[in-house]
Design a protein around this ligand. Sequence first.
Ligand SMILES: Cc1cc2nc3c(=O)[nH]c(=O)nc-3n(C[C@H](O)[C@H](O)[C@H](O)COP(=O)(O)OP(=O)(O)OC[C@H]3O[C@@H](n4cnc5c(N)ncnc54)[C@H](O)[C@@H]3O)c2cc1C
Length: 112
Amino acid sequence: MSKHLRSKDSSISFLRIASVVAKDRVTGETTEYPESGVFVQIGLVPNAQEFEGQVAMNKRGEIETDSLGRTSVKNVYAAGDVTDSAYKQIIIAMGSGATAALTAVDDRNRME
Ligand SMILES: Cc1cc2nc3c(=O)[nH]c(=O)nc-3n(C[C@H](O)[C@H](O)[C@H](O)COP(=O)(O)OP(=O)(O)OC[C@H]3O[C@@H](n4cnc5c(N)ncnc54)[C@H](O)[C@@H]3O)c2cc1C
């Protein structure tokens, strides 16, 4: 549940959380809790479903890569949160992106 609030001169309006209504998934019973804020837990499922069956993935749905960003398919590389890398953080994703890109160039140069 939310309340519409307006500043004194009505130039700014915004929503404020007033309460959270929780539904028991087993009984269907709902309970309203007065609250002033919520944290939204978005989960840890990687957005890699469309590659299922195309590259090797682990049981968590993460794309498996070697330490250089190579996937199970030749000349296909992966980096960042969709991979089986430890710690889903920006600096990790950036580093693995650079590693995968450099590996792709290196692999290509070796082909020539
Ligand atoms: C709420 C929240 C808070 C976070 N706070 C921190 C923090 O404080 N510090 C920190 O280090 N990390 C934080 N992270 C984690 C960090 O954001 C990620 O680790 C990082 O963004 C991963 O980078 P990425 O490039 O792998 O993926 P993303 O940044 O998710 O980039 C993937 C991109 O691919 C695009 N995309 C997806 N599917 C397709 C498709 N089919 N075709 C084309 N494009 C597609 C998406 O739109 C997106 O732009 C936070 C994450 C969240 C969700």
